[in-house]
Design a protein around this ligand. Structure first.
Ligand code: GLU
Length: 441
């Protein structure tokens, strides 16, 4: 059976780049009727926080990515120790005694003499008496996995034929001197024990994967099928990383982006297909193909996402909308909704329109004299569908101002902003009294 895992480290909120990995793992699992495991990579007990684990789960649930089972790496330390012992015995793993400062110095001198900064395995040459001396001085070893200096090949689900020359990388550290396990080994043990069949993750893991393929082999297993997705960049081309605080799912949720809009967007962005709004998650699943994803960096364009979201909102009827904004305590009525809906990207904007249409307070920088003119030339009869046309006609005729400028100023005086829905309809909803009142203030 196909089994995939999404393995976040709970060291920050889920950002959209990470979430994309989760979604693609989920879709790949579902299209293959497989099992989706959520693995919490929390071996770094200094940076891992329970509140991040909670918020990651909240985000996944909000997005509809139901996981079939769950495991936390912190609960498997005993198992990792066992495997470590066996790897040490088989001499796949060796203790090292360099301090971080010593390692840094080594790197610097290698770089300055034009050599690649690959660890020179000097701890391997330590005699037993050297090691004893270090230990008696209180030095604690960290452990490295000894790579086989051959070329590793794999057939990548996204990148096709891949190869990696292992001479170019350092033997990876798998346990720190304080005993903490690094993800590199822990992940491989979990993937073996939990029968993971495919690993899909970001391109930033390619080097890791090459080393991990050898780790799988050293533990007598064949590595799962690998797929490395291109990284998502923001519009300027910077990679989206939680460390630079780029868009988190929390933020998207706060902006009232719907999960269907987000899932539609992320399942198509980075493929050559058109980005369209899907009707539901099933449709996204049934149209999913990992081979659609290309290798070029994937640009995250918030405006495209907002467009899909606006489409989603426009498809909802008033009752559905109302049930969504009920908790916001808004007055917006059906006729108002019909007028403003084509101008909003997310429900978070309803608050603003509620204020504009039904509220009192309003700021704008239209001059008083202009507002007086607006009142003076306002059609006298009851507001109707011709009012806006007649009103702006009167203004144009009597003031020496271009029509487009009149439109802009009058809109601003009435709504406080320079863009928005059809004014001829909006003024009918606001009503003559409110409008007069607003212009007088
Ligand atoms: N915890 C790792 C990360 O967030 C998981 C990588 C993997 O999928 O193996 O980068």
């Amino acid at each position: 059976m196909v089994k995939l895992r999404f393995a976040p480290s709970p060291t920050g909120n889920l950002h959209v780049g990470n979430y994309r990995t989760a979604l693609i793992n989920f879709l790949f699992t579902k299209i293959n009727s497989g099992h989706f495991l959520l693995r919490i990579d929390d071996t770094d007990n200094e940076r891992s926080k329970i509140e991040f684990e909670k918020s990651i789960k909240e985000d996944l649930s909000w997005a509809g990515l139901k996981w079939d089972s769950e495991v936390k790496q912190s609960s498997r330390i005993k198992r990792y120790r066992q495997v470590l012992e066996s790897l040490i015995k088989k001499q796949f793993v060796y203790p090292c005694f360099e301090t971080p400062e010593e390692l840094l110095l080594k790197r610097k001198s290698q770089l300055s003499s034009g050599k690649p900064p690959v660890y020179d395995r000097s701890s391997l040459k330590l005699s037993p008496s050297n090691i004893e001396k270090y230990i008696s001085e209180g030095r604690k070893p960290h452990f490295r996995f000894m790579l086989n200096h051959e070329t590793v090949f794999w057939n990548d689900l996204v990148r096709g034929e891949c190869k990696y020359n292992m001479k170019n990388i350092s033997d990876p550290i798998i346990v720190r001197e304080d005993g903490r396990f690094i993800y590199t080994l822990a992940s491989v043990i979990d993937d073996i024990d939990l029968n993971i069949t495919h690993i899909i993750r970001g391109e930033d893991h390619v080097t890791n994967s090459a080393a991990q393929i050898q780790l799988f082999n050293s533990l007598g297993s064949k590595a799962p099928t690998m797929g490395h997705l291109s990284l998502m960049t923001d519009f300027e081309g910077e990679s989206l990383s939680k460390r630079i605080g780029s868009i988190s799912l929390k933020e998207l949720r706060h902006n009232e982006i719907e999960s269907l809009s987000l899932n539609s967007y992320l399942s198509l962005n980075g493929t050559s297909k058109n980005i369209i709004l899907r009707n539901n998650l099933h449709e996204i699943i049934s149209d999913f193909k990992i081979s659609d994803f290309n290798r070029a960096p994937t640009k995250f364009n918030f405006n495209d996402l907002k467009k899909l979201n606006s489409k989603f909102i426009q498809q909802l009827n008033y009752e559905e909308i109302k049930s969504r904004f009920n908790y916001l305590d808004l007055k917006i009525e059906k006729n108002a909704w019909e007028v403003i809906k084509s101008n909003i990207f997310s429900l978070s904007e309803l608050k603003k329109w509620d204020q504009i249409i039904y509220g009192e307070l309003l700021e704008n920088d239209v001059e008083e004299i202009m507002k007086e003119n607006f009142i003076k030339h306002m059609p006298e009869n009851k507001f109707n569908s011709e009012t806006w046309k007649n009103w702006t006609y009167n203004l144009e005729k009597n003031l020496d101002i271009k029509k487009s400028e009149i439109f802009k100023l009058l809109r601003k005086a009435l709504t406080g902003i320079s863009k928005g829905p059809e004014m001829s309809e909006l003024i009918l909803i606001m009503g003559k009294e409110k409008i007069l009142d607003r212009l007088k203030k």
